[in-house]
Design a protein around this ligand. Structure first.
Ligand SMILES: [Cu+2]
Length: 98
């Protein structure tokens, strides 16, 4: 399990903005959020995943910022989770705003 994780985590690290830091951070562009309830729905879904430290979702900017443990979850999994909610939500990884 450790060996597998080493491979997966190194993949996650290359896509994370702050590669060496913990927790890692990923920013998603989330289309389809029109109100506060949408952002809460997205936030709740992401928080169901193991290894999520913090989720900040803004319907105004259509962005989600997620702090996560790279040993437990990857940006790909987080993105897929948002896309699996259904409705019109569509998440894509993006460069985190400076
Ligand atoms: Cu809404």
């Amino acid at each position: 399990m450790k060996a597998l994780c080493a491979v997966l985590c190194s993949l996650a690290l290359t896509t994370a903005a702050h590669a060496a830091s913990y927790p890692q951070k990923v920013c998603l562009k989330v289309e389809g959020m029109t109100c506060q309830t949408c952002s809460m729905t997205v936030k709740a879904a992401v928080k169901q995943l193991d290894g999520i430290e913090k989720v900040v979702v803004s319907p105004k900017t259509a962005q989600a910022t997620v702090l996560f443990d790279g040993n437990k979850v990857t940006p790909q999994t987080i993105t897929q989770k948002v896309n699996s909610i259904g409705g019109s939500y569509k998440a894509t990884a993006m460069q985190c705003p400076a």
